[in-house]
Design a protein around this ligand. Structure first.
Ligand code: APR
Length: 270
């Protein structure tokens, strides 16, 4: 890169050297959609879950806690169920990367499916922490009907497997559970990356956070976040663009000549 700023990143993105862009998303990209992130002081979900008298916030995503008390997760799921939120300009920016034939893969930690709702091509999305798309019994893994579970969650009536009476949950990856096979199958592709863009994540949860180390040493890594995260900034071609992601992607979009297109495409998500 000629510099470590948005204009230099845009210049590189428009060069022939930049063909395969990989994106990593976290909860920070959905906060402007009205979905709180997890760890921001005061507003993060883990701060607000305290009222559910959990032993500690992360328990809401732990299988053993869920087994003895599924209701805190039901409360959280009611707030997060897809369909209530609009994608952000940042989600639309990822879609533009695909429209401009630059996006190889978008790895997301988010379960809100806003990438799909922003029309990022499905085959370019890896939902590393699962999503609400499917649901199974946590004991016998028998599939469960999505509408039935959504209705049960809306009414806080605990749903049980028809076969073994075990508890049912959406295929959200809980702490201690393995990530989807697609995640592990897609990780090796990062070795072909020409650019990595990391947006709205504290990079505190593995194995997702470790993805940043898989790209080649000469692959620029761009962090767009309110605060520094992970080891981005250590390598010669790392670029740290601190600020609200919607503002930064608009600056990057303008430098790419995509300003009008970004607003036009985002308007379609309303
Ligand atoms: N613009 C830019 N950055 C933002 C914005 C914003 N509008 N809002 C929040 N952020 C930043 C925060 O400063 C923080 O660094 O986004 C990051 C969000 O970090 P977390 O709340 O830790 O969320 P995330 O990194 O996605 O958490 C990872 O933890 O509990 C697990 O499975 C859960 O997927 C989640 C994982």
């Amino acid at each position: 890169l000629v510099g470590r700023d948005a204009v230099s990143v845009a210049e590189y993105m428009q060069s022939d050297d930049c063909r395969k862009v990989f994106v990593m998303l976290g909860a920070g990209v959905s906060t402007s959609a009205g979905i709180p992130d997890f760890r921001s002081p005061g507003t993060g979900l883990y701060h607000n879950l305290a009222k559910l008298n959990l032993p500690y916030p992360e328990a809401v995503f732990e299988i053993n806690y869920f087994r003895n008390n599924p209701l805190p997760f039901y409360t959280l799921a009611r707030e997060l169920y897809p369909g209530k939120f609009r994608p952000t300009p940042t989600h639309t920016f990822v879609k533009l990367l695909a429209d401009h034939k630059l996006l190889d893969t978008c790895f997301t930690q988010n379960i809100d499916t806003l990438e799909r709702q922003a029309n990022v091509p499905g085959h370019r999305i890896v939902e590393a922490h699962g999503s609400f798309a499917d649901q199974h019994c946590i004991e016998c893994h028998r599939p469960f009907d999505g509408q039935r579970l959504r209705a049960a969650i809306e009414k806080s009536q605990v749903a049980h497997c028809d076969k073994c009476k075990g508890l049912v949950k959406p295929d959200i990856v809980f702490f201690g559970e393995s990530l989807p096979a697609l995640f592990h199958q897609t990780v090796p592709k990062l070795r072909e990356a020409d650019l990595l863009i990391v947006i709205g994540t504290s990079l505190k949860v593995n194995p997702f956070a470790a993805l940043t180390g898989f790209v080649p040493d000469d692959c620029p890594r761009v962090l767009i976040n309110m605060e520094r995260a992970g080891d981005i900034g250590r390598r010669a071609d790392d670029v740290v663009l601190l600020g609200r992601c919607d503002d930064v992607v608009r600056e990057l979009g303008a430098a790419l000549g995509w300003a009008d297109e970004l607003e036009r495409e985002w308007a379609k998500t309303d």
